[in-house]
Design a binder for this molecule. Structure first.
Ligand code: PMP
Length: 428
């Protein structure tokens, strides 16, 4: 494939945008390549500036569950735009999306809209601290919750990919309030709680970890966290920015039957436009300004275009059988890739929850950050580049999740498996 125009644009971008990109993982740096500049997308496919077409399993890192340019979403947003794109005043659209979120997500009795996942987690933590009067928070190694100071401690996603899980620029005085436990280890959580008795405001977790690859919670892990939090007066926050409306309509909390005190959302609820949200128990949420004293605000929060895209997306997700179909396609693909690797004599550890999945380049079980970090990232990079050449667009890092959309066809899944078969033989 020829990438001349992407290459030229990247050279230009690097002069005026740090690293040439507006979000680090996009740079393809960890796989030793230049990023593709994307011109357009439709359904399951994206097209780069050199007119190469790819089957897309990134889906804008999660939001595009219906595929790109879903007609109902596009039409509704166009109509909305004609009525004005931002007022900085309340609209009925905000009530509609809030009600849909409340109806879907068990833990959410009240919700506030923001413009990104980062804002959602940052604000949820401030509220948890304000509500409990405690300063410390507990997160898990390899989980990513956006780039707020308190959360860039042993972080996943790009922070893990680029080896900067603890970012320069975060004062030690801030980071010291963030405790880090091991994913899937209740023992590590209990120990930290005992060492910091009555000081922990909240535990924040991705109930399905998606930022160190895809790592499912082991049976009993989320239930155990729930129990510990209830006993210790700690607010349990499920960060469902990625898995909310993805692994099930009501998110991971519906799938596993564990209800946190607060939940953060993003990605899918914005249908591809910038949205985040945080919600939870009424008693906690009412502490938020202007009904309470914990301050949080946003010029574009609840933006009409974003609310519209979210509403139309959620409507489609309510169709009977939607998640079953998505899951079946994801299962076929994940199993097909694992089988292709096996045939080539290449050991993989394959994980999947609903339409989130990952092929870890290791023969060993991956259940936390240490086991994820042990993967062969060099071989992953070769696989990634070979797949790209075959017209398959995967996330350019071992520590990311692949996403299926409703637009992917059976034929495309077979094409992808055939490509994987070829690529594994190539790298084995
Ligand atoms: N939480 C989780 C679980 C995420 O996956 C992400 C982004 N990948 C965020 C928070 C941050 O969201 P945003 O990039 O919209 O700020």
């Amino acid at each position: 494939m020829i990438h001349t125009r992407s290459h030229t644009l990247f050279t230009q971008a690097r002069q005026i945008i740090p690293g040439g990109v507006n979000s680090p993982v996009r740079a393809f740096k960890s796989v030793g390549a230049d990023p593709l500049f994307i011109k357009k997308a439709l359904g399951s496919r994206i097209v780069d500036e050199d007119d190469n077409s790819y089957i897309d399993y990134v889906g804008s890192w999660g939001p595009m569950i219906l595929g790109h340019c879903y007609p109902a979403v596009v039409n509704a947003v166009k109509t909305c735009m004609e009525n004005g794109s931002s007022f900085g005043a309340p609209t009925e659209l905000e009530i509609t999306l809030a009600q849909m979120v409340i109806d879907a997500v068990p833990s959410i009795e009240m919700v506030r809209m923001v413009s990104s996942g980062t804002e959602a987690t940052m604000s949820a933590i401030r509220l948890a601290r304000g509500y409990t009067g405690r300063d410390k928070i507990l997160k898990f190694s390899g989980c990513y919750h956006g780039h707020a100071d308190a959360l860039l401690v042993k972080a996943g996603s790009g922070a893990a990919t680029f080896g900067v899980p603890d970012s320069p620029g975060v004062p030690a005085d801030f980071a010291k309030h963030t405790l880090t436990a091991e994913y899937n280890s209740l023992e590590s959580v209990s120990r930290l709680i005992a060492e910091n008795k009555d000081q922990i405001a909240c535990i924040i977790i991705e109930p399905v970890a998606g930022n160190m690859g895809t790592v499912p919670p082991r049976p009993g892990f989320l239930e155990g966290l729930r129990e510990l939090c209830t006993n210790e007066g700690i607010i349990l926050i499920f960060d469902e920015v990625m898995c909310g409306f993805r692994v099930a309509y009501g998110g991971a909390q519906t799938l596993y039957g564990v209800t946190p005190d607060m939940t953060t959302l993003g990605k899918i609820i914005g249908g591809g436009l910038p949205v985040g949200a945080f919600g939870g128990k009424r008693e906690i949420m009412e502490k938020l300004s202007p009904s309470g004293g914990v301050y949080q605000a946003g010029t574009l929060s609840g933006n009409p275009l974003a609310m519209t895209a979210g509403i139309e997306t959620l409507k489609m997700l309510q169709q009977p059988g939607f998640y079953q179909q998505l899951e079946e396609k994801s299962r076929l693909l994940a199993e097909g890739i694992a089988q292709a690797a096996k045939e080539a004599g290449y050991p993989l550890y394959s994980t999947r929850v609903g339409s989130m999945f990952c092929a870890f380049f290791t023969p060993h079980e991956v259940f936390d950050w240490t086991t994820a970090a042990a993967c062969d990232t060099k071989t992953f990079a070769r696989y990634f580049l070979a797949m790209l050449e075959e017209g398959i667009y995967l996330a350019p890092s071992q520590f990311e999740t692949a996403f299926m959309s409703a637009a992917h066809t059976q034929q495309e899944i077979e094409t992808t498996i055939a490509a994987a078969r070829k690529c594994f033989k190539l790298i084995a």
